[in-house]
Design a protein around this ligand. Structure first.
Ligand SMILES: *[C@@H]1O[C@H](CO)[C@@H](O)[C@H](O)[C@H]1NC(C)=O
Ligand SMILES: *[C@@H]1O[C@H](CO)[C@@H](O)[C@H](O)[C@H]1NC(C)=O
Ligand SMILES: *[C@@H]1O[C@H](CO)[C@@H](O)[C@H](O)[C@H]1NC(C)=O
Length: 340
């Protein structure tokens, strides 16, 4: 009698779980469809008002884009898309492998790299990616300048992701044994015991990545570095997206640089996202941990850069995707061209 009762309870529970799962997947599917629709709409609008001659795309054939990716910001997913598209769109993707993952290049390598990247015609158009700090080509006397793009992530999320990545690895290379493999300490425990691995100073990474190759950039808490990072972000980057809005980053990139990224949004939406890299067994930090980290100067400054980047990205996105009152996308053309 009791067993029958339990059986009923169990099947009831199963039914409820199935219903919840079903609705969850439905919601995800609808959201995806909605994004696709929105994107299609943006596309048809921009295509129907295409004033530019085809030769413009050809002029992009010596395009060089550098993506100086910050570790643990979703960069592997983004680069994966570029690798998927490069054959179809006829461009090259190159990984910059710097000894021991050093983020700052020596002066002679800076110079060599800048000359090589700008002169190497055989691989153009190209997307270079690597974990290196921003490099100002103006200093290096090259005749042309590459386009820089990047992604930025909420600083604490990035640190937590990195913390568990070192311990548990990810689904991208699951069999690779990471530096801190076997260490079971959670991020919360680490913060509680003030261990070096979760020291807020470790968050000082996005500021120096955008700041660049100067000594000041790498001093945790340097106000000068933060200001320089903001300047570079608006003056020297074509586009900086946020990890939390990867799809929009890709869509803006596609509409601005179709020579490389044509089809990227479709691809991102339709791929079964198997190339998405996820840190294994990540545990969200407690509110106490969050509060403690947010008291630190480094978090405050890193977060200021993040918020700055986010506001700028939203502004760029709004200009691009939003329609004016009459539902027409922004365009421009030349007229009164003289002499005839
Ligand atoms: C960079 O090159 C070194 C030496 O060849 C190699 O061991 C390492 O795996 C490379 N890094 C990446 C991220 O592929
Ligand atoms: C750039 O560097 C690569 C790799 O060292 C080399 O094969 C290529 O010839 C160089 N290109 C130029 C234009 O210097
Ligand atoms: C993911 O997509 C690829 C290519 O479209 C396909 O070969 C693969 O079977 C898919 N995997 C899953 C789990 O659906």
């Amino acid at each position: 009698m009791l067993n029958v009762h339990k059986l009923w309870m169990f099947s009831g529970l199963c039914v409820i779980v199935i219903i919840i799962l079903y609705f969850q997947s439905e919601i995800a599917r609808l959201e995806d469809n909605y994004r696709k629709l929105e994107y299609r709409l943006a596309q048809t609008h921009s295509e129907s008002r295409q004033f530019f001659p085809k030769s413009l795309a050809k002029g992009d054939d010596d395009l060089v884009v550098i993506y100086n990716r910050v570790p643990k910001t979703g960069s592997t997913s983004f680069v994966g898309i570029a690798y998927d598209l490069c054959k179809k769109n006829h461009f090259k993707v190159l990984h910059i492998n710097i000894t021991a993952n050093m983020h700052v290049m020596s002066l002679n390598n800076q110079y060599k790299f800048a000359q090589n990247v700008t002169r190497w015609q055989d691989v153009k158009p190209a997307l270079y990616h690597g974990h290196m700090a921003f490099l100002n080509f103006e200093r290096l006397g090259t005749s042309s300048k590459p386009i820089f793009v990047n992604l930025i992530r909420k600083p604490l999320d990035r640190l937590v992701s990195y913390y568990y990545f070192l311990r548990n690895g990810d689904n991208f290379r699951p069999h690779l044994v990471r530096k801190k493999h076997g260490d079971k300490m959670t991020f919360d425990e680490c913060v509680e015991r003030s261990q070096p691995d979760c020291d807020p100073t470790n968050m000082w990474l996005q500021v120096p990545f955008f700041c660049g190759h100067s000594a000041q950039c790498w001093k945790p808490g340097s106000l000068w570095a933060l200001e320089q990072a903001k300047r570079n972000l608006v003056d020297h980057y074509l586009l900086v997206g946020v990890t939390e809005e990867m799809l929009d980053f890709i869509t803006v990139l596609e509409s601005t640089l179709p020579r490389l990224f044509k089809g990227a949004t479709e691809h991102y939406l339709n791929s079964n996202k198997s190339h998405l890299r996820q840190t294994s067994s990540k545990i969200e930090p407690s509110q106490a941990t969050i509060d403690k980290i947010q008291e630190s100067t480094v978090w405050k400054m890193e977060n200021e850069l993040y918020e700055f980047a986010l506001e700028h990205f939203k502004f760029v996105k709004k200009k691009l995707l939003s329609r004016e009152n009459n539902g027409v996308a922004q365009t421009y053309f030349y007229e009164k061209i003289r002499p005839k």
